[in-house]
Design a protein around this ligand. Structure first.
Ligand code: AMP
Length: 397
């Protein structure tokens, strides 16, 4: 049992709720105890959880009545955790909240006024924010005494200079919130916090972090602060992703709506669910499957991904005025030596010299000792970042 209590981290989406329990040990350090999720909320719900060693603790189907909505799922997760860890004292809950708008540059403890302010941000992230807030609301109703902290995917990017926050639209749109917010901020913040130990020689320098997962983006860091990123107003912009196209000429969207009569709902489905690697390949959104597929269009999709990541590395290196280090993280970045090698080969002109053996082994540093720009593989940990923020907001105040 956690000697000093525990912190629950929640990431609530439209059809799944992920949760992790961190315990405070005798030295008040956060130790992961369990990681679980309820998938198929509202369709075919299923609860799964593993302990820190990866041993399955539970894997069972739930009835639809048990998990119709996020609020049911959070209740179920709580009940299972109480059963699993009787007597554990839950100190606070930290939530991943996708959008913090223009004002939240830090995590925030949620009270009535904050909750109302967050509800007003829903139009900026209509696919994600309502589910994030539903989990907070459900816990406010059932456990009003429990401190809750909202940790935003956008917050880390509020250090961007104004130029990186703007679109060249009439000013009234900026005032109304049409800005380049950036996302994956909790991942980038974790990497920035880890660099002084993991890669001290670049921690204070000019670094590009490539968060390459099913969602993917790049972030330019100067001395650990975000100065620019490839995602903008929404998580659609930037490099191509599993099912999202990345940057696209807005003229294409005008054509689809104006000439092809596409509705906003159909456009949303096309851009969030049917495009990217899946749309291009016609095979899969999953990089592993694409790399194994003999289909020419699967190869083309991989070529496209590598080309656009390398192109955006060049753009962000220009923003930074040069480059000291490149960090790979998330599913593809942490696990695919092939993709890392191909991206780094395309970035050779920047002074990156790959160490093929180190890359194949997945060492922390994957460039040759004399490489002018070093490249690294650093696993991200967004849940731990949320747990740390929650600890700081509630316990270490
Ligand atoms: P994430 O969203 O961070 O969980 O990343 C998911 C993506 O990582 C999927 O496209 C997976 O195919 C990809 N991925 C995971 N392991 C590997 C691997 N060994 N090689 C290539 N891609 C991988």
């Amino acid at each position: 049992m956690g000697e000093n209590g525990s912190i629950l981290v929640v990431n609530a989406g439209s059809s799944s709720l992920k949760f992790s329990l961190f315990r405070l040990d005798a030295a008040d350090a956060l130790q992961l105890a369990v990681r679980g999720q309820i998938d198929g909320i509202g369709t075919m719900p299923r609860l799964k959880a593993k302990d820190v060693a990866g041993k399955t603790l539970v894997e069972r189907d739930l009835s639809l009545e048990e998990a119709r909505e996020v609020k049911d799922a959070i209740g179920l997760a709580g009940a299972w955790l109480r059963e699993q860890f009787p007597g554990e004292q839950l100190l606070a809950v930290g939530h991943r909240v996708v959008h913090g708008g223009a004002d939240y540059s830090q995590p925030v403890r949620v009270d009535e006024a904050v909750f109302t302010a967050l509800e007003k941000l829903t139009p900026l992230a209509p696919l994600h924010e309502p589910h994030n807030l539903a989990a907070i609301r459900a816990l406010r109703e059932t456990r009003p005494e429990l401190p809750q902290v909202a940790c935003f995917d956008t917050a880390f990017h509020r250090s961007h200079p104004q130029l990186a926050d703007l679109y060249a639209l009439p000013w009234e749109y900026y005032e109304a919130g049409v800005r380049r917010y950036g996302f994956h901020g909790l991942s980038y913040e974790y990497i920035a916090a880890t660099l002084p130990q993991a890669a001290p020689e670049i921690a204070d320098g000019r670094v590009i972090v490539a968060h390459l997962g099913s969602g993917a983006s790049l972030c330019a860091l100067r001395a650990g602060q975000s100065v620019d990123s490839t995602m903008g107003f929404s998580p659609l912009d930037g490099i191509p992703m599993g099912t999202r196209p990345g940057a696209i000429d807005p003229g294409v969207l005008l054509y689809l709506v104006g000439q092809r009569g596409m509705t906003p709902a159909a456009l949303e489905k096309l851009l969030y669910k049917e495009s990217g690697m899946l749309g291009l390949s016609g095979v899969s959104n999953d990089m592993r499957q694409l790399l194994e597929s003999p289909e020419p269009r699967a190869r083309l999709a991989v070529d496209y991904f590598v080309h656009y990541v390398a192109k955006e590395v060049g753009a962000l290196a220009a923003v930074l005025g040069g480059l000291d280090g490149l960090v790979f993280t998330a599913g593809v970045g942490e696990n695919s030596p092939v993709i890392r090698a191909r991206i780094l080969q395309a970035c050779a002109w920047l002074g990156v010299t790959l160490d093929p053996d180190a890359n194949q082994r997945g060492d922390a540093r994957i460039t040759a000792p004399d490489s002018a720009v070093s490249a690294w593989v650093i696993p991200t940990n967004e849940e731990l970042m949320i747990a740390r923020h929650t600890y700081r907001c509630v316990i270490a105040v």
